[in-house]
Write a protein that binds this ligand. Structure first.
Ligand code: ADQ
Length: 460
């Protein structure tokens, strides 16, 4: 097989711990095989010329890192504007939060063109190119326009919404047509594949050749669900290291007389944080035996703070936490501990293990790796319970979690109560089944399945 070339918006040194699902999964994939990782350097050149940026090359172990700087104008229109102001909200079904500024698309196209141009100069004829996520949808089309004939695959880490929601993006037909420049397109869930199939069936008149094969614009495209996993062994080892053990001992000590509930994510409106806090408030109201005991540690790492919708979310969350603590708290018990910071990855397993219940309740999520990490970190003899939103891609696989509709506050609170009271034998049984699933479908399985499927695509 040829060299693996990964393209994603952000590039991270795979030898260093990263936060963010994509960085974690892709870093591990590349470290295993070696190859080239290409993307934005993270640097913004204030007075840079749009459509231009310096290319930086660096070696990190077996991996070559190639990154490009962005001008301020490109960053604002391509990254903040089109990627995070249009595609992210629409793909998470939030048309109300989309900012359809007609100026953004120019930057999105320009940056994809520039990226394609820089990448083309580094490519070898037998490279296998694997492009990640919504920032880079048109990259293959740009590379093809320059004559690149390598095998190209695309994986979307976020959901693909139903056709009528997708159609709200003014450039939806251009975006979806761009996907046909790839040989293989992967989605997180079967629901996403079904949305794709319905979209191309109704909007483009594509021929549906088989469950996974579509023909349109003179091109045949393979499409499949490849649910992403975590590196279970790595995460288990991380849990045995001193940082995680210390975290576990400290939290268990602090909460020895209490029941701990835990939420961990980037601060993002897709993660259902206000709804979760309302369900927790309902739990305290409806089941007063939890007063003085149930404590929610909510970690929400800062994310995309210069996008307006994120600042509003932060305010809403802070006010909800303040109100819950004010109304229910005692001198010796605060129901919510809200932390607007990253937790060091090495400490995370200890925190997960100390919790009786994890609340993973996004309104929409491509997959959600926190759900899988929580399961991997548990003590099999005395495991915690996972409360999982049915709207996370992970819900298609993790049937033994307690599935909830996060918009339904009353029943979510009921389910949290059930989780807190679940007998040991049931917890063990559910945990064992969940762990078996995430082990069988881990990140190595995901990578191999995608790359095998890409290699198997018939030559044009
Ligand atoms: P994200 O939206 O970032 O990923 P997720 O899948 O949960 O969501 O991955 C988050 C990762 O970052 C996890 O590894 C987690 O441990 C870490 N993390 C989150 N908050 C943290 C914090 N406060 N401190 C430290 N670490 C933190 C996108 C999609 C998801 C999809 C992934 C992978 O939105 O649906 O599962 O990509 O494809």
């Amino acid at each position: 097989m040829g060299r693996l070339v990964i393209v994603s918006n952000r590039v991270a040194d795979p030898r260093k711990a990263a936060s963010g699902g994509l960085a974690v999964a892709v870093g591990q994939a590349l470290e295993a095989t070696g190859g080239l990782w290409f993307g934005w350097s993270g640097k913004i050149v204030e007075d840079g010329t749009p459509g231009e940026g310096d290319l930086h090359l660096q070696t990190a172990g077996k991996v070559q890192l190639a990154t490009v700087d962005l001008s301020r104008e490109d960053h604002d229109s391509y990254y903040l504007g089109y990627s995070n102001g249009v595609l992210w909200p629409v793909f998470h079904y939030r048309l109300d939060l989309a900012d359809f500024d007609a100026g953004y698309i120019g930057g999105y196209r320009r940056v994809n063109q520039m990226m394609a141009h820089k990448l083309a100069s580094l490519l070898r004829p037998d490279d296998i190119i694997w492009v990640h996520d919504y920032h880079m949808i048109p990259l293959a089309a740009e590379l093809r326009a320059m004559g690149c004939q390598q095998r190209m695959g695309f994986f979307l880490h976020i959901p693909l919404p139903p056709p009528l929601i997708l159609a709200a993006v003014p450039e939806h037909d251009w975006l979806m047509r761009s996907l046909f420049a790839y040989d293989l397109v992967g989605f997180q869930s079967e629901a996403d594949v079904a949305h794709f199939s319905r979209y191309v069936g109704t909007e483009t008149g594509a021929d549906i050749l088989g469950e996974h094969e579509f023909r349109a614009f003179g091109k045949t495209l393979q499409v499949q669900a490849f649910p992403i996993g975590i590196d279970v062994d790595e995460f288990t080892q991380l849990g045995e290291a001193p940082e995680a053990q210390e975290m576990y001992t400290q939290i268990r000590g602090e909460y020895s007389r209490r029941r701990l509930l835990l939420g961990v994510e980037r601060m993002d409106y897709s993660k259902g944080l206000p709804q979760r806090l309302k369900a927790f408030r309902q739990l305290l109201q409806a089941y007063p035996e939890n007063l003085g005991s149930a404590t929610l540690i909510q970690i929400a790492a800062p994310s995309r703070e210069s996008v307006d919708a994120y600042a509003a979310l932060r305010q809403e969350l802070e006010s909800l936490c303040g109100a819950i603590n004010g109304n229910f708290g005692e001198l010796d018990w605060m129901p919510v501990r809200y932390i607007h910071r990253n937790v060091a990855r090495k400490r995370l397993p200890g925190l997960y293990r100390a919790a009786s219940v994890a609340l993973v309740t996004p309104l929409r999520d491509g997959m959600n790796l926190v759900a899988k990490e929580f399961v991997a970190a548990q003590d099999p003899d005395d495991p915690g319970v996972l409360v999982l939103s049915r709207f996370a891609g992970a819900a298609e696989q993790m049937h033994e979690a307690l599935l909830v509709n996060p918009y339904d506050t009353t029943r979510t609170a009921e389910t949290i109560q059930r989780a807190l009271q679940m007998p040991l034998e049931e917890r063990q049984r559910r945990h064992q089944a969940l762990l078996g699933g995430i082990r069988a479908h881990d990140v190595h399985w995901w990578r191999k399945r995608f790359l095998d499927a890409l290699a198997a695509v018939p030559a044009p």
